[in-house]
Design a protein around this ligand. Sequence first.
Ligand code: NAD
Length: 442
Amino acid sequence: MEKTFVDGLRDVFQSGRSRPLKYRKQQLRALLQLMTERQAEIEEALKQDLNRLTPIENDIKLAECEMAAWAAPQTVRKNFNSALDDVYIKPEPLGVVLIIGTWNYPWAMIFQPLIGAIAAGNAAVVKPSELSEHSAKLMKELLPLYLDKEMYKVVTGGVPETQELLKQRFDHIFYTGSSTVGKAVMEAAARHLTPVTLELGGKSPCFIDKNCDIAVACRRITWGKFANCGQTCIAPDYILCEPSIQDRIVEEIQKTLLEFYQMDPKSSPDYCRIINTRHFDRVLSLMNECTVALGGESDRSQCYIAPTVLRDVLPHFKIMQEEIFGPLLPVVTVNGLSEAIQFINARDKPLALYVFSSDKTVIKRMLTETSSGGVTVNDVLMHYTVDSLPFGGVGNSGMGRYHGKHTFDQLSHHRSCLIKSFALESLNDARYPPLTAARLSK
Ligand code: NAD
C-alpha cells in the first residue's frame, strides 16, 4: 500500500528523534521564538480574522521548565510479589497526534495542544480552522521555518480536507470545536481505534444568587460574555436569577457596558465582530422571540451585533436550545436555588458553570448537586487561566483534559513497567503447575 504523509511522519517519529528531552526543549524554544519574532504578523492576521492574541508564551515556558519532571518515571506502591522489583509508570509519546482547531482563538487552540504534543515527544499534524483564514495561512508559512518540518506539519483547508485527513490513522486526535463535528471526529477515529480528546462547547449557565455583590458580579460577567463578541467556548451563555433581581442585573450590566465600550460599542477598539455573515445571521435569528433589555442593534455589512441583554427569556425559546456563541445574554428567571439546580441538571452537562453568591451553603449546593467541565465561583472564565487545573468538558461538552501538565499527560501513554530480576526463583513455585497441595502451602 502507498505510504501516506502521516505514515511518513510516523517513520520519523519511530526513528526516535523526538525522544530526547533536549530535542523537545529545542522545539519548544523555537515555538517561543516564532511567537516573539513574528508577533506583529500574528497580530495583524488575528485582526483580519477579528480576534485578539491569547498569550501562550507562559505555557511554552512552563512545559520547557517542567518537562523533565513530567517525563520522569513515577515509582508506585508495590505489592508482596513485587517487593524486590522496580515498579514504575513511564510516560511515553503516543506517535503522531492530529490537532484540529477552531477559529475563535486560532493560535491558542492549536498551539496549546501542540506544546503538550511536543513536550510529550510526539509528531503532530495541525489543522487550523479555515474560518480564521489569515491565521491559518500564516501558521502554514511560519511553522516550517521554526520547527522540525519532518515532525510537525500544518494542513489547511475546510470540511473536505479535514474529512480526508480523518481517514488516516493517527495515534491520538485532539479536536476543539462544536459537539456536532466532535461526533463526526469520534466516528472517524473509531475506525482506527484512535483515542480522542474532544474540547467541545455548549451552554454554560451563570447563576446569580440574590445574596451577592451584584455590581461586581455583573462587571465580571459583562467582561466574560462580551469579550471576543461572545465567541468564547466558556463564555457565560445565560443568566439564571430570581425575578426580584433581574432589573438590578440589567442596570448593572448597562453601567458596565458604558464603562467598557462607551456609548457606541461599534466604534470601540475593544469590541470585536462576529466571524462571518453565516454566524451573524444565526446569532441574530436567536433574538426573534426575545424582549431586548439592552442593545439589539446590528449591522450585517460589518458583522456587528451590539452587546445585548434579553430579559424574561423562557426555556422553550430557540435561544435556549443551542450554544449562543455571540454577544446575546439571556436572563432566565427561576424561583430560587433548587429550581436553578433543576434547570441546569435538566440539560446537557455544560463546559463551564458560574455561581455568584456570598452564601457558602448556596455555593456548596451548586457544586455538589450539579456537574460541569469546570466551575468558577464569583467570577467567569478564570478557571481556564489556572494551568494546574485540568481544562475540559464532561458529557456533551467533551472528553479528556488539557493545560499545563494535563496536556502532557493527555498526549502521553502511561506505560506500566515491572522490572524483575532472575533472583529468588523459588518464591515463584506457588504459581507454577502442577498446583499440588505441597506447593500451594509454601
Ligand atoms: P470551526 O467551524 O472552526 O470547526 C472546528 C474545526 O473542525 C475546523 O478546523 C473545521 O475545519 C473542522 N470541521 C468543521 N466541520 C467539519 C466536519 N463536518 N468534518 C470534519 N471537520 C470539520 O469551529 P466551530 O465548530 O464553529 O467552533 C465553535 C465551537 O467550538 C463552539 O461550540 C465552542 O464552544 C467550541 N470551542 C470549544 C473550546 C474548548 O476548549 N472546549 C474552545 C473553542 C471553541
